[in-house]
Design a protein around this ligand. Sequence first.
Ligand code: ZN
Length: 379
Amino acid sequence: MDNKRDIIKICIFLDGIGYDSILSSPPLKNILPTLVPIETVLGFSSAAQATILTGKYPQEHGQFSMYYFSPNPTLPKFSLKVISALPYFITRRKKFKTLLALYLRLLHPKGGYFGLFEIPPRHLSYISPTEKRNIYKIRGVHPHDTIIDYWYKNHLNFRVFTWEIPEEYSFQQLLQLLPNTPLERVFLCCTKGDHLGHKFGPFSKEVKEYIEKIRQYIEKLLEVCNKLYKNVSLYIFSDHGMIEVKEAIKINVVIEQLTSKYRNDCLIFIDATMLRIFTLNPKKREALRCILEEIPHGKVLSDEDLKTFKCLFPSKKFGDLIFLCDPGYVLLPNFFGDLLPRGMHGYDPNAKDYATFFGCNKKLSSQPLHISQITPLLK
Ligand SMILES: [Zn+2]
C-alpha cells in the first residue's frame, strides 16, 4: 500500500543571488528544469522580499528602503538628546553602536530586519524603521496578505524558517522535522549569499562555493521529500541580482553642503546607491535638486521614473528628491559603511546583468518574468 503523503511545496529563498551567478553553477541548474531570469523592483531587500511575499509593488505594499523619514523617530526624544550630547569619540565606537542597536531592538521587539550600521546618531532623530514586523511572520506586511497569511488562513500545515536562524540549522531542522510532521508548505530563507556577494563579488569563488553548498542541501531535501510525498514542488528564487562594483562616488562635499548650509532645509538619508532628501523648506527644493544633479554617475529620479518603477509614494516618506547611482557605482560614505563593497544591488531594475532568478524542479508551462509573479506559484 502506498501511504505517501500527497503534496509539499518547498520555497527556498536565496538573498542576493543573480541569474548569472546561478548559471555559473551547472550542477544546481541540472536539478531545475525551470530556471529563468526575472526582474526585481527598485529599492533594497525589504522592498523586493515584500513583493515576493505579497505579489505587489513597493508603492502598494509600502516597503522601499530600511528607513523612512518620520516625525516619530527611531529612538525616544530623551535618548536622542543624551546621544547627541555624547562626544564623537564615543559614538563612533563599535561597542557603542552595538549597544545602541540592542536598545533599538528592545524598542521595536516585533520589528523586521534593521540595524543602525553607520547611521550618524544625529540623523536618528527623523527616521523610523520601515519593517514594523518581521515580514515572514503572520500579518508581517499588514494590511497586505502575504503568502504566509494565505497558508495560515487556508489551514495548511506550514513552517517558516526566517533570516533569524542560520540557514544550515534551518535545513537540518527541516530534515529532522519532515519524517514526523506532515508539512504541506515550507518557506526557508538563506541570507548568506547577499553578504558574500557584497564582500567578495557576485562571481567570486566564495559565492560559487556557497551555491554548491545550497545545492547539496537541496538534493538531500528532495531525496527525503520524494520518499515521503507523491508530489514534491521545489521553488528556489532570489530577491535581486548583484552587480560587480566598479567605483565609488565620493560625496563628502555633498554631505557637508547638505548638513551645514542646508541643515534646516532638508533631512537626508544615504543608502549605498541612493541619496534621499526630504525637503523641509520648499523654497530650497530646486537648490537641493541642483546639488544632487551635480553628482556624477547617476540621476535624480523624476516622478515619472518612480511611477514606472511603481515606487511613487504620495506621502514622499522615502524622500521627495532621490538620486540613484548608475549600475556598478556606490555612494561613499553612506549610512551603511565607508568601505567599497565588491558587489551591490539597489539599482534600476532594468540594468544589464542585474536580473535575479527563479527555478523549479518541474518544467512549468507559464514562467514568471518578474518577482511579483512568483507569489501565486507558491500558494
Ligand atoms: Zn544586500
